[in-house]
Design a protein around this ligand. Structure first.
Ligand code: MRU
Length: 352
């Protein structure tokens, strides 16, 4: 399986997603600030993947700590958590993972553990977060694959694949699982301006597995839908609010409105760690505004004239009413989301 991120001895290794598909280069992070920088600069991206990276980065940082006692160790821990939390604002998986690490730390501190014992506990917790993410993706795939008929033509936006998770993928996990069941699936991958996650990453992942992939620019989705060439849309998510409003890569909202117009079911695939019941609706989700250069340039080439104003919101909100279902590791949840998403957590609490 595609290694998105791995802990190897005393380094965290991740494939540099900015360089794919042209070059397969691995970045080796030796410190927590290096991991934070890798998240901020999108060496690693995708909501679950950045949560996993933050957890591994925190554990790496604390393993390298030279703190003399637990008090100093706790101060360092808080600093590293703050550093990770400041990397990207929209994907809630990042904050969820940091919170899990804080809870693990609190359990160890309460048990009177030494800095070495606490560091070992944090490492175990980060590895669990990594492994659970892969298991969640596989479970999501199992549930979601039933939605895809043999021969289905599926549109996806951005990259919600193995590269965006610890492995296997959320939206692409659903597609992978259907293919593993022997179904013939044709994928249409939106290019996803300006960072081109669809053209570069989704297409790279699917082509290397022999899954039929057609890359289109965003503006082509409408006419393809109108022409009856798309049966279903499945995308990932960066944060799902309590009412089902969903933040995902910029352009997702447009796809959802188009799908609604053409009566094409639009699904979101995401683990429970992406669902944020403390955020009531999409208006309360912080939207990251990224560097203008992502819009003004393609590689080294300038696309826009000097003096033009530029906007670069990295995410948008798809209102819950456009979403046919949320595919999670606990099954597929349907409207009304203000009830069903809450129940998803209740069933998780019962089973764990
Ligand atoms: O800016 P990115 O590349 O981190 O944005 C990623 C997305 O929007 C994905 O669709 C989302 O994180 C789901 S990944 C399983």
């Amino acid at each position: 399986m595609l290694p998105t991120i791995e802990w190897q001895d005393d380094v965290i290794v991740m494939v540099d997603q900015r360089k794919l598909p042209g070059q397969e280069i691995y970045v080796r992070c030796r410190t927590a600030p290096e991991v934070a920088k890798a998240i901020r600069t999108m060496v690693i991206r995708g909501a679950p993947a950045i949560g996993v990276a933050a957890a591994l980065g925190i554990a790496l940082g604390m393993r390298r700590s030279t703190a003399k006692g637990t008090r100093q160790f706790a101060v360092e821990f808080q600093k590293i958590c703050d550093l990770m939390a400041a990397t990207r604002p929209t994907a809630v998986n990042l904050f969820w993972a940091i919170d899990r690490m804080k809870q693990a730390f609190a359990r160890g501190a309460q048990a009177g553990e030494s800095p070495e014992e606490l560091a070992a506990r944090l490492e175990r917790e980060s590895r669990s977060i990594h492994d659970e993410d892969v298991a969640s993706c596989r479970a999501m795939g199992g549930h979601g694959a039933a939605l895809l008929a043999d021969g289905a033509r599926v549109l996806t936006h951005c990259n919600a694949g193995a590269l965006a998770t610890a492995g296997y993928g959320s939206a692409l996990g659903v597609i992978r699982a259907a293919v593993e069941q022997g179904k013939h699936i044709a994928v249409f991958a939106d290019e996803t301006r300006p960072f081109l996650q669809g053209a570069r990453l989704t297409a790279w992942e699917l082509v290397r597995e022999g899954i039929s992939t057609t890359v289109i620019t965003e503006s082509m989705a409408g006419p393809l839908m109108r022409g009856g060439e798309i049966d279903l849309v499945v995308v990932g998510a960066d944060r799902i609010a309590a009412n089902g409003d969903t933040a995902n890569k910029i352009g997702t909202y447009t796809v959802a409105v188009l799908a609604h117009e053409h009566s094409i079911p639009f699904y979101v695939a995401a683990p429970l760690s992406t669902i944020d019941l403390s955020t009531p609706d999409g208006d309360h989700i912080p939207i990251e505004e990224r560097d203008q250069r992502e819009v003004t340039h393609l590689g080294a080439s300038r696309l826009t004239p000097e003096g033009a104003k530029i906007r670069n919101p990295a995410f948008d909100i798809t209102p819950y009413r456009y979403i046919a279902g949320v595919i999670t590791e606990r099954g597929i949840f349907r409207p009304p989301y203000s009830e069903s998403l809450r129940q998803a957590f209740e069933s998780a609490a019962l089973k764990t």
